[in-house]
Design a protein around this ligand. Structure first.
Ligand code: SAM
Length: 404
């Protein structure tokens, strides 16, 4: 594995600035109330709701944690690590996880695994943090420095479908994953076989054919080079990644599962994988390494959009990703998105099936199309999206899908 180069993070004051608005405490209060009410992400983990209900109740008596979050958003807004208040409202969960699992004081704090199953029990956790100066300082540091890094291999389940359908046997492909974290989606797409890909409920169907994603999964995918790009080098921040899990998975067993996945998808010695540490919003400004200007066959951004400001999201999907792909290449976004006049927007509804896979390229006439929808952000149940039929019609007419 060659480390190709490193570029620094963007600053909101730079030309490419993401334009985060100054956060207010009111915004964060609203986020926490919202998550407490709807139990964001709770389709697979009801403990998220109990975390936010606990935080809300605790903050009504002592608003220190929300004040710390607001302070961190404010400080970051003028640094090269800006953070959207919405994203901060998630980072706090994992920062608390981290303190209880790997922090200086409570390393492997065994009771944490039993503590966090009700809003009342969270109260004790927050008190433990706030009553200890060292822990409070560590929390402030995490809020100032971290992004949510949770990697999910299931998000790779649809990649072979798109590559086979659009690129056919024009493989190996050159691929790039933006906001890759540990690169699980792509590592799974190229390494897992038909027998051992992460299980998911594939409800796709077209003209009597069903489980189209699973059928594509059965054919090994070949990459020429896979570029993984992230702010953070995941190899240097493994404990943070271990902590970046819903509280329900932040158990000894969950940590062990994550360690097994890290081993299974490790790319350290794979010559086809290059990690670029840097800001994806600056990728078009980095020294040309054969990447910029349309050299990528498939570029993906899995669960990256929601961590960006609205301005940065637009730049990602309207400039950065379109600028990276070759004439026949495709861009793929998996996130809670919707389309408006062919452009991609984040959808803030928490309903099931709000997570989507959207694609863009010559094949879509340079409009974003929503081809798949997923029951959760983990992409473990998938159905046809609104543009699925249109996508199948244009791609099934491609020569590689019509062998004579
Ligand atoms: C929720 S994780 C998703 C990880 C992975 N793509 C997946 O789906 O399993 C989002 C990742 O995006 C990264 N990230 C957020 N903003 C970024 C930026 N501007 N430049 C580079 N990486 C960024 C974070 O560090 C984090 O690793």
């Amino acid at each position: 594995m060659a480390e190709v180069f490193q570029i620094s993070r963007h600053s909101p004051n730079q030309e490419s600035g993401s334009g985060f608005q100054q956060s207010t405490k009111e915004e964060l209060w609203k986020q926490v109330e919202d998550h407490a009410g709807t139990g964001i992400g709770t389709s697979s983990d009801s403990l998220m709701a109990s975390f936010y209900q606990g935080l809300l109740a605790h903050s009504q008596k002592d608003p220190t944690i929300i004040d710390m979050m607001a302070q961190a958003v404010k400080e970051r807004s003028t640094s090269d690590r800006p953070i959207d208040p919405n994203h901060m409202s998630f980072v706090v969960v994992y920062a608390i996880n981290y303190l209880m699992m790997f922090g200086k004081k409570y390393q492997n704090y065994p009771e944490y695994f039993q503590l966090h199953d009700s809003p009342e029990n969270w109260h004790h956790v927050f008190n433990a943090v706030l009553e200890d100066e060292e822990l409070t300082t560590e929390l402030a540091k995490l809020l100032r420095e971290k992004e949510l890094m949770s990697p999910v291999a299931e998000r790779g389940n649809s990649i072979p479908f798109f590559v086979w359908q659009v690129c056919g046997d024009k493989q190996p492909v050159t691929a790039m994953d933006l906001g890759s974290s540990l690169g699980f989606p792509w590592m799974s797409a190229i390494r897992d076989t038909a027998d051992n890909y992460p299980p998911f409920d594939d409800q796709t169907e077209y003209k009597g054919r069903t489980e189209l994603l699973k059928a594509a999964r059965a054919r090994p995918l070949a990459v020429n080079t896979l570029y993984l790009m992230d702010h953070t080098d995941p190899r240097k921040d493994r404990d943070w990644i271990r902590a970046c899990r819903y509280p329900g998975y932040a158990t000894a067993e969950g940590v062990q599962q994550m360690d097994e996945l890290m081993k299974r998808y490790a790319w350290g010695s794979d010559p086809k994988v290059n990690f670029i540490q840097g800001d994806v919003l600056l990728v078009d400004k980095m020294p040309d390494q054969g990447l910029v200007g349309g050299a990528i066959d498939v570029v993906t951004a899995n669960k990256l959009m929601y961590e960006l400001s609205p301005e940065a999201r637009a730049r990602l999907t309207e400039e950065i990703m379109p600028g990276l792909i070759s004439d026949s290449g495709i861009a793929i976004v998996q996130d809670t998105v919707k389309t408006k006049c062919g452009k991609l927007r984040v959808s803030d509804t928490r309903d099931p099936w709000t997570s989507k896979t959207a694609i863009f390229g010559a094949i879509t006439n340079y409009q974003w199309w929503i081809v798949l929808k997923h029951k959760t952000g983990r992409c473990d149940a998938t159905r046809n999206g609104p543009d699925f039929k249109k996508f199948m019609e244009v791609t099934t007419s491609l020569p590689h899908n019509n062998p004579q």
